[in-house]
Design a protein around this ligand. Structure first.
Ligand SMILES: O=C(O)CCC(=O)C(=O)O
Ligand SMILES: [Fe+2]
Length: 202
């Protein structure tokens, strides 16, 4: 794997399980990042999905979109809609992250957090379709948001990384088994943020 910076910036809490995470604050320069952010917000066919919470159906508190190699997996057996075809912008970012991740991704899930009310609740990405010990590469644009992680067996063990505009976060093999993550809502005014999570769907 290429040599990465290990959390060189302030703003990251101490004690992060760095064996499972790599963070590069400036993978993409701010100007290019801003252009990508605006284009992704304007041109992505964003959807708001439903999920079951206890017994009620609720709207996911953010917008999402799914892109990928249509021939790489049987999306019908995944009970999923067909992924959208890669755009030049998404391929550009994919080509940047693959050498850092040491992996070739066949899909990307986009998350659009419109403001501080948008969030993703505690979860780990460990669906069967991602295989055992998945590697996920995450790239963020726009508003800096806190990526919190907590130990599944001891919720008091909690850390956070501030995901900056143009930054890269690698969730390495093993993270999803022991740790959960979230992007919490914020009562402070928040500008839009778009996050790309590159994944390998089996
Ligand atoms: O927005 C983020 O940084 C995290 C998104 C996430 O956890 C996911 O898509 O599974
Ligand atoms: Fe996640």
């Amino acid at each position: 794997m290429a040599q990465l910076c290990f959390f060189p910036e302030a703003g990251q809490s101490k004690g992060l399980p760095k064996q499972f995470l790599e963070y590069v604050p400036k993978l993409i320069d701010p100007f290019t990042g801003q252009q990508l952010l605006e284009k992704l917000i304007a041109e992505t066919p964003w959807q708001q999905s439903m999920r079951i919470m206890y017994t009620k159906e609720v709207l996911t508190p953010r917008l999402t979109a799914w892109y990928g190699d249509p021939e790489a997996f049987d999306y019908q057996s995944l009970k999923s809609t067909r992924p959208l075809a890669w755009t030049p912008e998404l391929l550009m970012v994919k080509n940047l992250v693959e050498p850092l991740a040491g992996a070739t991704f066949n899909s990307v899930l986009l998350n659009y957090y419109r403001d501080g009310n948008d969030s993703v609740a505690w979860h780990s990405d460990k669906e069967e379709i991602l295989g055992k010990e998945p590697i996920i590469a995450s790239v963020s644009f726009g508003q800096v948001r806190s990526f919190d992680i907590r130990n599944k067996l001891n919720h008091a063990e909690q850390y956070s990384v501030k995901l900056e505009h143009g930054s890269f976060l690698l969730m390495k093999a093993g993270l999803q088994e022991k740790w959960e993550h979230r992007i919490a809502k914020s009562t402070k005014a928040m500008e839009p943020r778009v996050n790309l999570t590159f994944r390998i769907v089996k």
